[in-house]
Design a protein around this ligand. Structure first.
Ligand code: SF4
Ligand code: SF4
Length: 440
C-alpha cells in the first residue's frame, strides 16, 4: 500500500469509526470556493416549511441553533438559503451570539424571520430584572421585537410558575416587543435530570401559557421526547429540537489510551479494564463501518438528523453550523426522507453501539456518586467536543465547572455505572473526557 493510501485510510478511520460522525470543523471560505473544489454550482436550500404550532408561523424545517457565536457570513448564507428560524440566548457568547445575528438580519424583511432568545431565570427573578434583561437582548439583536422568549433550561415547575415572568411577558407583549413564550430544558446539573426534564416540559404543556418548546430528541433518546411531542401536538404547541445527533466521535479512544501510556500516566488494573471495555466497543464500531461500507463519516449523522426531520410532530430541527462546509453538508437534508437502509443503520447502531451515548438530560446515576461529579453535564461537554465540533467551547465549559474533583473517577470503582440503565461505561468515558477537555 502506498504511503498516501495509508494516510487516507488512517484519516478516514480517525474521522469515522467508533463514533463516526463528528461534524466537520474545517472549511472556512464560502460556497463559491467549495463549489470550485467540487466543480458544482448547486447551493443547498431549505425545501420544507412547517407550521410552528399555535404561533401559525411557517418555519424552515432546519433552524439555526446558535449556542456559540457564528461568523456573520455563515448566518447570512443560512438566511439566504431559506432558513428563517433562529434560536439564540442571552447567555450564548455572553450576548455576542445575539450581536452577530443582528448583523446578519440587517436589511432583511423582519417579518419573514422567527427569532427566539432565552433567559435563565429562578422562581423569584423579578419582573423588573426580566424586563431589563429582555430589553438588552432586544438591543443586541437590533430589532423592534422578539418572536419568542424562552425560559432557558427551566430547572423546576416553580420557575415556570414565576408570576413575575408572566407579568413581564404581559407588559412586553402590550408594548409590542414580544409575541410568544417558550421553555427549554436538557436536564439539570445533578440528580434525576431525566425526571426533571419530563416534569418541566410536561408542566409547561399543561400550564397552557407557553407556545413553543425546545426539546432533546434523537434516535437513541426517544423518551421522553416522543411523549412530549405527542402532548405538544394535542395542545398545538410548536416543537423545536436540539441534541439530535447522539453519535460522538469516540474512535480516538484507542489512540488516547496509548497516548496516556506514552505520557507515563499511571493506569491501574481496574482502570485498564474499563479501557479494554471501551476498546472492545471501538472495534465493534469499526466492524459497523465495514459492514455498511460507509463512504464517509457523515452518513450515519445524516441518518440521525433525518430521523428527527421525519417526525411529523417536529416543527424545527436546530443545528449548529460552524462554517460553510456544515451548511453544504447539512442543509441538503431539508425535506429529505429516511431510507430503509438508513433505518437499518440506525437500528444496528442503536443495538450495538448505543452504550457509548450518555443520554442528554439523563443524570440517573449522579445521585450515586459520592464525589458529586456532574456526570451528565461532563458528558454533554464531551459531546460538544465530539459531535458538535466545538472543541474550544467544550473545554471552556469544562474549565468552568467549579469544585470538580477530576481525579476522583480514577480512584473509584465506578459506582455510577451500576445505576446506569443504558450500560454506559461512563467511568472510562469520564477519565478520557477529562484528558481531552483539559489537554485537547
Ligand atoms: S466513577 Fe466514581 S467518582 Fe466518578 S462519577 Fe462515577 S461514582 Fe463518581
Ligand atoms: S451514565 Fe447512564 S445513567 Fe449516567 S447520566 Fe449517562 S446515561 Fe444517564
Amino acid at each position: 500500500m502506498k504511503k498516501n493510501e495509508v494516510l487516507n485510510r488512517r484519516n478516514f478511520i480517525k474521522t469515522s469509526a467508533i463514533g463516526m460522525v463528528g461534524l466537520s470543523v474545517s472549511g472556512s471560505g464560502n460556497f463559491a470556493s467549495e463549489e470550485n473544489k467540487k466543480g458544482t454550482s448547486v447551493k443547498p436550500r431549505i425545501k420544507k416549511f412547517n407550521i410552528l404550532g399555535r404561533t401559525g408561523f411557517k418555519v424552515s424545517d432546519i433552524g439555526i441553533g446558535t449556542s456559540r457565536v457564528y461568523p456573520v457570513p455563515v448566518i447570512t448564507a443560512l438566511l439566504d438559503a431559506g432558513v428563517n428560524y433562529i434560536d439564540t440566548a442571552e447567555r450564548y457568547g455572553r450576548g455576542a451570539s445575539e450581536k452577530s445575528i443582528a448583523q446578519a438580519i440587517k436589511g432583511r424583511d423582519r417579518k419573514s424571520l422567527f427569532i427566539t432568545t432565552k433567559l435563565h431565570l429562578t422562581e423569584t427573578t423579578s419582573t423588573e430584572e426580566i424586563d431589563k434583561r429582555f430589553n438588552k437582548c432586544l438591543g443586541r439583536l437590533e430589532t423592534d421585537y422578539i418572536d419568542c422568549l424562552m425560559i432557558h433550561g427551566a430547572s423546576s415547575l416553580a420557575v415556570l410558575k414565576n408570576k413575575n415572568f408572566h407579568l413581564a411577558v404581559k407588559k412586553l407583549k402590550a408594548e409590542g416587543k414580544l409575541r410568544f413564550t417558550g421553555v427549554s430544558n436538557h436536564g439539570t446539573r445533578f440528580g434525576r435530570s431525566e425526571d426533571v426534564m419530563k416534569k418541566v416540559l410536561m408542566g409547561a404543556i399543561d400550564d397552557g401559557r407557553f407556545d413553543v418548546l425546545l426539546v432533546v430528541y434523537n434516535f437513541l433518546k426517544r423518551d421522553p421526547g416522543e411523549k412530549i411531542l405527542e402532548a405538544c401536538k394535542k395542545k398545538n404547541i410548536g416543537v423545536t429540537i436540539m441534541k439530535s445527533n447522539p453519535v460522538g466521535r469516540y474512535f480516538d479512544i484507542k489512540e488516547r489510551i496509548e497516548q496516556l501510556k506514552k505520557e507515563g500516566k499511571e493506569i491501574d488494573t481496574r482502570t485498564k479494564n474499563y479501557y479494554d471495555r471501551l476498546k472492545e466497543t471501538a472495534s465493534r464500531a469499526e466492524f459497523f463501518i465495514k459492514k455498511y461500507n460507509l463512504e464517509n463519516s457523515e452518513e450515519i449523522r445524516d441518518a440521525a438528523l433525518k430521523f428527527v426531520l421525519n417526525n411529523p410532530n417536529v416543527s424545527v430541527l436546530n443545528l449548529a453550523f460552524n462554517n460553510f462546509d456544515d451548511i453544504e453538508k447539512m442543509l441538503i437534508l431539508s425535506g429529505t426522507k429516511l431510507s430503509r437502509t438508513e433505518k437499518h443503520k440506525l437500528n444496528y447502531y442503536a443495538h450495538g453501539l448505543s452504550e457509548l451515548y450518555c443520554r442528554h438530560g439523563c443524570g440517573i446515576c449522579e445521585s450515586s456518586c459520592p464525589e458529586n461529579i456532574p456526570v451528565n453535564t461532563i458528558m454533554r461537554y464531551n459531546h460538544y467536543f465530539d459531535a458538535n465540533g466545538s472543541e474550544k467551547f467544550a473545554m471552556q465549559k469544562y474549565a468552568g465547572l467549579s469544585g470538580l474533583n477530576s481525579d476522583a473517577c480514577k480512584k473509584c470503582s465506578g459506582i455510577c455505572e451500576r445505576s446506569c440503565p443504558f450500560n454506559v461505561p461512563v467511568k472510562g468515558l469520564l477519565i478520557l473526557a477529562d484528558h481531552r477537555l483539559t489537554l485537547g
